[in-house]
Write a protein that binds this ligand. Structure first.
Ligand code: TYC
Length: 128
């Protein structure tokens, strides 16, 4: 009768130690070691925020601007009227602050909707 045994070399390195996670400390040769960690810790960046700005013009009807603010920025009639009048009087106003991709989508939605209705309304982005 012959004795069988599992050769230890059958196991890849990754299953050798129980705590072989992403965060262990290893020397340059890949062997376990104690000392200074050489691996940079992943530092997730919080997404930067962008203001969506509405610009005044002489032609777009006030009611249309209020409709845009309600439709794309989820404002109620009172908020939308306040922002529209601010833009009308001061030239520019903030519709909302969002991560870049959402802000860009809002700008495109507003510009497309204004163009479809033949109004020169302009909307743009600015880093918050
Ligand atoms: N100034 C426009 C008017 O008198 C109204 C208006 C307000 C237009 C805000 C654009 O972003 C705007 N009809």
């Amino acid at each position: 009768m012959t004795k069988t045994s599992i050769p230890s070399t059958a196991w890849p390195d990754s299953v050798r130690c129980a705590d072989d996670g992403d965060d262990d400390v290893r020397g340059p040769g890949g062997t376990d070691s104690v000392g200074i960690a050489t691996k940079a810790k992943a530092k997730p960046k919080k997404p930067s925020q962008f203001k969506v700005l509405m610009l005044n013009d002489d032609y777009t009807p006030m009611e249309f601007v209020v409709m845009v603010l309600k439709r794309f920025f989820n404002m109620d009639l009172e908020q939308a009227t306040r922002v529209m009048l601010h833009v009308h009087q001061r030239g520019v106003g903030v519709c909302g602050v969002y991560p870049y991709e959402i802000a860009e989508t809002k700008v495109n939605q507003v510009m497309d909707f204004a163009r479809q209705n033949q109004h020169p309304l302009q909307c743009t982005l600015e880093k918050a």
